[in-house]
Design a protein around this ligand. Structure first.
Ligand SMILES: Cc1cc2nc3c(=O)[nH]c(=O)nc-3n(C[C@H](O)[C@H](O)[C@H](O)COP(=O)(O)OP(=O)(O)OC[C@H]3O[C@@H](n4cnc5c(N)ncnc54)[C@H](O)[C@@H]3O)c2cc1C
Length: 293
């Protein structure tokens, strides 16, 4: 049984055809850095070569990129031949596959993290390597069938929830922005969630789970949620337990974990995948919450 992640295992997993399927290694040339909200920065840029990649991959309503940004102390970088770099996952907030332009929206969470340092110093003309696009689940089938669709998102999932709402019919969006204590007016977010009822969660250690508990969710609804891992774990328990929703109507994802880094999550998941494969199993949305991050 494998106990710690070694370089050979990490490289084999990350370079496997299955992991690399559909991914391109590209560079974002930053053209502007702005603020969409006081807590959400937008990084816009050109991606040379994007127009030569498969355009359908960029039209999926929820896609993410893995940016390689400086971090001299990252533990995973040296294992995968990228010493001095860490990798952080960000949703494509907007993309024009014909023009080859991409926007990503980054929560300014105020910690002294690699992404916050990178963002702070970022200027037009800077370049960053990334791999992508990686498609992530979106409730497109439920929306197309006319079923009620509920999205619950903290700041980190705001770009994904907005992209999904702009791509398909969403009934209700519950947002837990970092400035929830200031009770922001939901109308402030209306342009990003066309056609959806918008609610703002109150302050809580698990704001999305707490907000879900106040909603009456019909049995035919699909719930998509992403945000802080323990908040989402609690929300998932409610969906599958009290609400009794079938698993196919529950699409939930931990995007970050309080007190842990993105690298901690990567190492835990790579270790978990290697262990599962020893037993002939794969990591899925279901067993991801069994992994200790
Ligand atoms: C599929 C996917 C899509 C994502 N899309 C986005 C996106 O579009 N925009 C976005 O902002 N994030 C997104 N995230 C989350 C983002 O990858 C993490 O927040 C990332 O860890 C931030 O990196 P960092 O270097 O700032 O902090 P890290 O070095 O990873 O962590 C340092 C500290 O900061 C804390 N921290 C990390 N993120 C947050 C946060 N959002 N709020 C408060 N504290 C935090 C950690 O708990 C830790 O204590 C996504 C994650 C996934 C898996």
């Amino acid at each position: 049984m494998m106990t710690t992640l070694d370089a050979a295992t990490a490289s084999a997993l990350l370079n496997s055809p299955k992991h690399r399927a559909g991914l391109n290694d590209l560079v974002l040339e930053v053209t502007s850095v702005s603020r969409r909200h006081p807590w959400l920065a937008r990084v816009s840029g050109r991606v040379p070569g994007l127009t030569a990649t498969d355009p359908t991959a960029w039209r999926h309503p929820n896609i993410a990129l893995r940016l390689a940004i400086p971090d001299p102390s990252d533990d995973l970088g040296p294992l995968i031949g990228q010493p001095g770099l860490c990798r952080r996952v960000y949703t494509v907030a907007d993309v024009d596959p014909d023009a080859g332009t991409v926007d990503i929206d980054i929560v300014v969470h105020g910690g002294a993290s690699p992404m916050m340092r990178w963002l702070d110093a970022l200027r037009p003309g800077d370049r960053v390597d990334f791999a992508g696009p990686r498609p992530h689940p979106a409730p497109t089938e439920a929306a197309a069938a006319g079923d009620p669709v509920y999205l619950l998102a903290d700041g980190s999932a705001y770009p994904a929830a907005s992209a999904i709402t702009r791509a398909c019919a969403v009934t209700t969006v519950v947002l837990a922005p970092p400035d929830a204590a200031e009770r922001p007016d939901p109308a402030r977010f209306a342009d990003d969630f066309p056609g959806a009822r918008i609610l703002v969660a109150g302050e809580s250690a698990t704001p999305l789970a707490a907000a879900l508990a106040t909603l009456s969710v019909p049995s035919g609804a699909t719930v998509w949620a992403a945000g802080e891992r323990e908040d989402i774990r609690s929300l998932r328990t409610r969906c599958l337990g009290e609400l009794g929703l079938p698993k196919k109507q529950v699409q939930v994802f931990g995007y970050w974990r309080r007190g842990k880094t993105g690298t901690d999550a990567d190492i835990a998941r790579l270790t978990g995948i290697a262990r599962l494969r020893e037993r002939g199993l794969e990591l899925t949305g279901d067993n991801d919450f069994d992994i200790e991050i």
